[in-house]
Design a protein around this ligand. Sequence first.
Ligand code: ADP
Ligand code: MG
Length: 260
Amino acid sequence: MSTTTPLFQIENLHAGIEGNEILKGVDLTINPGEIHALMGPNGSGKSTLAYVVAGHPNYEVLEGRVLYKGENVLEMAADERARLGLFLAFQYPTVIPGVSMANFLRLAVNSVREAREGKPLAPREFRRLMREKMAMLKVDETFATRYLNEGFSGGEKKRAEILQLALLEPELAILDETDSGLDIDALRTVSEGVNTILKPEQSLLVITHYQRLLNYIKPHFVHVMLEGRIVESGGPELALELEDKGYDWLKEQFAEKVGA
Ligand code: ADP
Ligand code: MG
């Protein structure tokens, strides 16, 4: 039995928006180096969970805790969470007018560097690091000079997120619906990118509606969310079972449990 503090722990999380409870008691533990997949039908509360963990101001926490290295992140400002080593990529990345990719990435990297090492990267060092990661991810050099998300295709937005992930090297990354709006080739490129940059000690929570992403990013654990609760957890075989049977069998099982 281990007595070490888990990297990330969600305990009995209840949260909602404008008086509506969406998350109704979520528990989840992630240890270093583990890849978890959170699946579930549309509207089950997957994105809400990601937003609450990120500290999105529209969401209200009603009960429970979210612990990162034993500290309650719900009491921290959103940027403080990022500096601690949490990374959250979103389903709908925002456009920031007039900010180039390179400048945006430099700000993001240096805010984390300053917290971790006490000083930012020199501009030359940053450019070297960015080029190295772009080459690793096979991202075109012109990408760095483009304005953030302006005119980006779905695939390009995701590539930008993965590049950010590569530069920030967070201990835990939460990726929401990385497969949405991606054609099969883009999906493969992004998944390969994640697989290329993810180090053995880094942890990942990948949130997805579809099983197909998990053909590329292999999870150690799979959880299914229904109506704001994790109703089933298992190994990679659970994702295959869902692919085969859909979510309905779990819905029936869950209805019986709640109704009893
Ligand atoms: P998922 O990511 O699993 O598709 P969401 O977390 O986006 O699910 O949504 C969960 C539930 O919360 C849905 O019923 C949705 O209608 C509701 N919801 C999400 N965002 C809002 C919002 N901004 N205002 C009101 N209800 C919301
Ligand atoms: Mg969602």
